[in-house]
Design a protein around this ligand. Sequence first.
Ligand code: NAP
Length: 325
Amino acid sequence: MVHAIRIHEHGGPEVLRWEEVEVGDPGPGEVRLRHTAVGLNYIDTYHRSGAYKLPQLPAIIGVEGAGVVEAVGEGVSALAPGDRVGYAPGPMGSYAEARLIAADRLIPLPSWIDDRQAAAMLLQGMTVQALLRSVYRVQAGETILVHAAAGGVGLILCQWAKHLGVTVIGTVGSEEKAEIARAHGCDHPIVYTRENFVERVRDLTGGAGVPVVYDGVGQTTFMASLDCLRPRGLMALFGAASGPVPPLDLQVLAAKGSLYVTRPTIFSYTAKREELMASAADLFEVVHAGAVTIAIGQTFPLRDAAEAHRALEARRTTGSTVLLP
Ligand SMILES: NC(=O)c1ccc[n+]([C@@H]2O[C@H](COP(=O)([O-])OP(=O)(O)OC[C@H]3O[C@@H](n4cnc5c(N)ncnc54)[C@H](OP(=O)(O)O)[C@@H]3O)[C@@H](O)[C@H]2O)c1
């Protein structure tokens, strides 16, 4: 038996229960993984609350982790007990001391990446890889807008974009967060809780607007973000930290300048093993080069996952958060 955080019903952080669960032996193609670090992601709050309904309850939530292989099942030849690995995005079940997982979702960890760093960066870092290299391929010299620039995705995105020669405008919820974002490559932090970010973006771009907005905040920023785009610009809506965006009248996109909207998820950008490994390789390269540093703003014991969820949803975290089994 191991301990895990399970939910028996959807709801607030109080539904996260620390319980004993059976892990068992790995089946064909699986390994048993002992977690040393678990990544906290905003999607965990959607799985907990029911914003994303889970097909089956009770369930162990969490889609990112790092640790050591304990045992391998039949047919697993690329991994052996003692190997260090990480994984994201999913499969769900990382809020546990140990778990079974398909070997083909695991990413071997180079010795220079420690387990906490891996659990902090895989999901958010590969999301940034997809956003900057595939969803909209940024070019040196461009100016972009990113919301929640001091968050987990935000700090990685600011640094990576900067490394690619891009000027970054970023929104943040406080002066303290503005300083953190600035220290991680955000050229122009805007405190959107007191400043009008549309006006600021227009000022900063000489009235032209930006070619892309990366918006993980959603409900409170979406419509105004469309006004920050240049004609034929792309709104990349990749999350809903403030709540889901209501249905959109597509005529709005015509009226605001032939805009594009996409709603990407990391799952569809890393579904194939070769996509997953290519994305991880890109991420490892920028981290190894020192272009992107992974800011672990806070850690919590895994058993206190409810506290971590409260902090994340109350906008009290910065950078990435790691849960420690
Ligand atoms: N599509 C994908 O595949 C994918 C993958 C990873 C993450 N995401 C999305 O990306 C976003 C960021 O994820 P993350 O894990 O890095 O989280 P995070 O950015 O570290 O935390 C969320 C941040 O959103 C901002 N925010 C604005 N309004 C908020 C509100 N009403 N309630 C809570 N937060 C609010 C807060 O920053 P300020 O105080 O600065 O406003 C908060 O710190 C999330 O929406 C997540 O779902 C999507």
